[in-house]
Design a protein around this ligand. Sequence first.
Ligand code: 4AD
Ligand code: MG
Length: 430
Amino acid sequence: MKTTIAEVSKYVGKEVTIGAWLANKRSSGKIAFLQLRDGTGFIQGVVEKSQVSEDVFKIAKSMTQETSLYVTGMVRVDERSPFGYELAVTNLEIIHEAVDYPITPKEHGVEFLMDHRHLWLRSKRQHAIMKIRNEIIRATYEFFNNNGFVKIDPPILTGSAPEGTTELFHTKYFDEDAYLSQSGQLYMEAAAMALGKVFSFGPTFRAEKSKTRRHLIEFWMIEPEMAFYEFEDNLKVQEQYVSYIVQSVLKNCSLELKTLDRDTSKLANIQAPFPRITYDEAIQLLHKKGFDDIQWGDDFGAPHETAIAESFDKPVFITHYPTVLKPFYMQPDPNRPNVVLCADLIAPEGYGEIIGGSERIHDYELLKQRLEEHNLPLDAYKWYLELRQYGSVPHSGFGLGLERTVAWICGVEHVRETIPFPRLLNRLYP
Ligand code: 4AD
Ligand code: MG
């Protein structure tokens, strides 16, 4: 029976054949232990000299790492392995022999691994991270579909820039200038006026010259936008959504979390509601923690976010930032116009901001004034302003950065491991 590693539990006591690669190997005179992978999972194949032909044992002993093969064997329960099963090998048929695979089981430097990302992806650790990334995406679609949202795809090539003009990737669009999208938000606002509750999931681009463990040049964002939702409603969606993805990963990716040595007790606790502090309170908290230099009006850097997060065991919302720190479209607080009705969600354990969101300005005159204050060309935003001319309503939304969320849930230090092929400062290959 031809099957996959993920399916072997159905065939205990039976003989199966699996297309696989050799990930690693140990052998002595009479027995060889093959660490096999097939993309769906990892399993140990045990080759006993007394149980197979001389030829098969010879292949087992000489087979090189990443050689592809068809392996046939009897499925056995194996209580010592975290996976729970192993294969008592009866036959091995080489498909293609891999010679001198560069990534050996010993330690390699990060730059070397990044240069070989196309191969590094095959490792058990990278496999686990990609499976968890996939589970977060799956749970995202499930959450929003279950809650009446419609998936909308904003364009990648755009003429207008929501998050400021300094980090734009410029390109020619025939005779016009265009930019790679840094956020689909403005289009999602238009879509919310048509479909009520919408969400997007797509790549976004920022020509940020930041070389940190939290920044990618190309990253994927989930951007929900909701008509008639005000500031408070927006935070509720966020805490429910983030709890939902964390609980889905806990439920469906226990093996992967184990592979990554993730402390799952920290994740089990992630349930709505999440704590909230205002920007003002965050400044006070930072002063108490010895950040004497930070003043009202300063933006928070990674060390500040980490210090704030240390006081909480769940993600924490920082709300009501100074208007001057935030983009033009955020709704000012009616009681205090020098702050906006926004919130950043800071992940625990030092993973930083995973969500930025706000209520949006829905008054035409105010929005126009804000565009002018930001020196943005009104003609490029004409269509966006028009959304405030025909039945404008209060609305809110947010953007969750997928890679930072994957890093946090996986407990992985750097975002470069959370996307299949990271685009970083100075790295466009592979
Ligand atoms: O806070 P940001 O810039 O917000 C927006 O773009 C809004 N227009 C979203 C919205 O309201 N629809 O980005 C949102 C999130 C951040 O919280 C962070 O998680 C992630 O996107 N992010 C990055 N992730 C990796 N690399 C980068 N360079 C990132 N920049 C932002
Ligand atoms: Mg932000």
